[in-house]
Design a protein around this ligand. Structure first.
Ligand SMILES: Nc1ncnc2c1ncn2[C@@H]1O[C@H](COP(=O)(O)OP(=O)(O)O)[C@@H](O)[C@H]1O
Ligand SMILES: [Mg+2]
Ligand SMILES: [Zn+2]
Length: 308
């Protein structure tokens, strides 16, 4: 499907356009590959039958993601970004702005309406176009996901060790002893007492459930980690420990991370670069410090001023 987005879509102010151009140049969003772990281009997801006006009738200029003509929801449209190995890219925006849709498309939980994505470690082209078998391989070997809701990422009636083992089995680990050893390593790394390996996530606190999800996501040393609101709803002290864990992962791996949050504090702490979403569109993108100190888009200004 031609989503009709891209060139000239939406009205943009000269200043913001300038920053976008600058970002494209500094991070190499052009055709030439400059080593991005993940590169996403024109990602669009529409819920509903869709019509030729869906894109034109939605977005920040209209203040809605619902098409007035056909009622479809344009969850995200024309989303392009890239992430370097070892880098954390923040995606920030209010509830319903399309954040989860982006990572769920990248983890193949749902299909995009159109768009492309490329992984440096997977040289066979646009990952949205490959067979479902290939998608399983990409999902299991090259990417890891932490869902906002741990019930989506974990089976609550399988032990924490078993949850991690699932990811290892999917990557063809077969030796039970080694699987157990690796699960133990991962639990230790995410600061879960080994004694809890044979306990069920349903008996764990929210913070611990998120740490089991992180352990599982790390199981196969992924090149790309997708983190969807991983601290939302947790106590501040529990949040702090998890954010420290993410910093630790950044120090000790080359994983590129896409960090979704509506919390600018989390963005400030962790993300080198940030994109700001509103009504399913990127309204601002750039270095996190710049965005927080000198937001260009009216919406980002509102976000920043309401928090700081
Ligand atoms: N299965 C679905 N069917 C219809 N609309 C959906 C569905 N899932 C999400 N949406 C809509 O898509 C938009 C983006 O949702 P989401 O990606 O979950 O946003 P966020 O994670 O930023 O809160 C929202 O308007 C949401 O209501
Ligand atoms: Mg969400
Ligand atoms: Zn429509």
């Amino acid at each position: 499907m031609n989503c009709g987005v891209g060139e000239g879509e939406g009205k943009r102010t000269g200043r913001k356009k300038g920053r976008e151009m600058e970002m494209k140049m500094t991070i190499g969003m052009g055709e030439h590959d400059t080593g991005q772990a993940l590169k996403v281009s024109g990602l669009t997801r529409i819920y509903g039958s869709s019509c030729p006006d869906c894109i034109r009738m939605t977005g920040p200029d209209h203040g809605t993601n619902i098409c007035r003509v056909c009622g479809s929801v344009v969850a995200c449209a024309d989303i392009s970004f890239d992430v370097m190995p070892g880098e954390i890219l923040g995606i920030v925006g209010e509830s319903g702005s399309g954040k989860s849709t982006i990572v769920r498309c990248l983890y193949f939980d749902m299909e995009p309406t159109c768009g492309e994505a490329y992984l440096r470690c997977y040289g066979k082209g646009n990952i949205f176009q490959v067979s479902s078998q290939e998608k399983q391989i990409i999902r299991n070997l090259y990417t890891g996901m932490v869902y906002q809701n741990p019930q989506l990422g974990l089976k609550f009636d399988i032990t924490s060790g078993g949850n991690i083992a699932e990811k290892l089995l999917a990557a063809n680990w077969r030796n039970v002893g080694r699987i157990r050893e690796r699960a133990g390593e991962l639990l230790e790394r995410t600061e879960i007492p080994l004694a809890r390996m044979d306990d069920y996530p349903r008996n764990f606190s929210g913070g611990m459930q998120q740490r089991v999800q992180i352990a599982k996501a790390l199981a196969n040393d992924p090149d790309v980690l997708l983190l969807d609101e991983l601290t939302t709803g947790l106590d501040v002290s529990v949040q702090a420990r998890i954010l420290d864990l993410i910093k630790d992962i950044r120090r000790n791996t080359e994983a590129a991370m896409v960090l979704i949050t509506h919390d600018l504090g989390v963005i400030r702490l962790l993300a080198e670069r940030t994109i700001v979403l509103k009504n399913g569109r990127i309204v601002e993108a750039g270095l996190t410090d710049q965005i927080l100190e000198d937001p260009q888009h009216e919406y980002t200004q509102l976000l920043v001023n309401s928090v700081l």
